[in-house]
Write a protein that binds this ligand. Structure first.
Ligand code: SF4
Ligand code: MG
Length: 371
């Protein structure tokens, strides 16, 4: 609830003398709910604060303000016995399966250690062996004997990510925080990993947070999608609605500049789509710069859309709506007043944008047509 994270930045001696204490507003006033048996995606471009949200939920960073609840009770601070229990319940997997596995240890070591730390290794060697076999089976690395005594470098990227997932599952968690779990993998195996996570969600009733810059994969994989821009949540709702009828101009831009919004990036797998009635925005595909042969950062969908500007500085974020310097619909009040969440006609769908402020009467949203 209302999670906020500001990082202090290194400043010059002169700035210090002037008494300046600049901070990066990485995450501001973000509230979200993860539910068991559901995948919640947080979508945004590089630097939007989405990874920071995952790290805050795992308590890898202390909060500047806000509160974290798990099953209705406050999550304990780092250190201490009750925090260890929290660690078991909330596990994280990272973008880079090379970086998250220790190259000098075998798969057996990684998994056994996780089982031990969380008190699940069983009594004798035979019980541990059974637990290891079961874990590898869960992530479809079978037969276990083929994988247990190999080192990370002997595995493919996809197999490594499966080991990282197995290690997280060794804790028997309720919540899995997945920070861009497929973006560093070969495109041909991304879908397999997402399907595995979905399978785990169903079988173990997991709550999954899926961090991604790829809005098409959010549509494929997530039940609910939240969109982040410059440290704030700007839109949320069920994934189908958010990706097919985006209400916030930034989400519309994300959808319009996705390499192909109806496909999961690079997997070649079509996600069946209905008629997309995403609003045509001035920032849509037609404005994309002609292919100049210049290298494009494919990890960041907006990098190919230079016509609409760069993300703002988070040291001194724009006043009012943080998107206003890039927004084709910006109005006077957008420059000064922070838009609150406005409910939209579809249940659970909301957008933090003045275009959706009720125009008549109390609490009546104008709906997407206002755009
Ligand atoms: Fe654009 Fe204003 Fe909406 Fe922000 S609040 S997205 S600037 S219209
Ligand atoms: Mg990140």
């Amino acid at each position: 609830r209302r999670l906020t994270k500001h990082f202090p930045v290194r400043r010059s001696v002169r700035a210090l003398r002037r008494g300046e204490r600049p901070v990066v507003h990485a995450v501001d006033d973000v509230s979200l709910t993860l539910r068991r048996g559901a995948v919640t995606a947080v979508v945004g471009e590089s630097g939007s604060g989405k990874s920071t949200v995952a790290r805050l939920l795992a308590r890898l960073y202390p909060l500047t303000s806000g509160e974290l609840l798990l099953g209705g009770t406050a999550v304990p601070l780092r250190g201490g016995r009750s925090f260890r229990a929290h660690c078991r319940r909330v596990q994280m997997i990272f973008q880079d399966p090379f970086g998250s596995l220790n190259p000098v240890h075998t798969v057996r070591y990684h998994l056994t250690r996780s089982l031990r730390v969380h008190g699940r290794a069983g009594k004798g060697a035979a019980e541990t062996e059974r637990a290891l076999t079961e874990l590898l089976g869960r992530v479809h690395l079978t037969p276990a004997s083929r994988y247990l005594d190999v080192f990370p470098h002997e595995l493919s990227g996809g197999q490594r990510q499966r080991v990282a997932i197995a290690r997280a599952m060794a804790a028997d968690p309720e919540v899995l925080l997945a920070d861009e779990p497929v973006s560093m993998l070969d495109v041909s195996i991304r879908l397999g990993i997402l399907n595995l996570l979905r399978d785990l969600r169903d079988r173990l009733d997991l709550a999954i947070l899926y961090i991604t810059h790829d809005i098409a994969s959010a549509r494929y994989f997530a039940d609910e999608t939240l969109v982040m821009y410059a440290g704030r949540m700007v839109e949320g709702g069920d994934s189908e609605t958010v990706t097919q009828r985006p209400a916030h101009p930034y989400t519309q831009l994300l959808v319009a500049s996705a390499p192909d919004p109806d496909r999961i990036t690079g997997t070649g797998v079509d996600v069946p789509v209905g008629e997309s009635d995403a609003h045509a925005t001035p920032a849509g595909r037609d404005l994309l710069p002609a292919d100049t042969g210049a290298p494009v950062d494919t990890e960041d969908p907006l990098s190919r859309d230079r016509g609409t500007g760069e993300p703002p500085s988070l040291i001194s974020p724009p006043a009012g709506c943080r998107f206003h310097p890039r927004c084709p619909f910006a109005m006077e009040r957008c420059r000064t007043e922070l838009p609150p969440r406005f409910d939209l006609p579809e249940p659970g769908h909301w957008a933090a944008c003045w275009l959706h402020a009720p125009t008549t009467g109390e609490g009546e949203a104008t709906g997407a047509d206002a755009a």
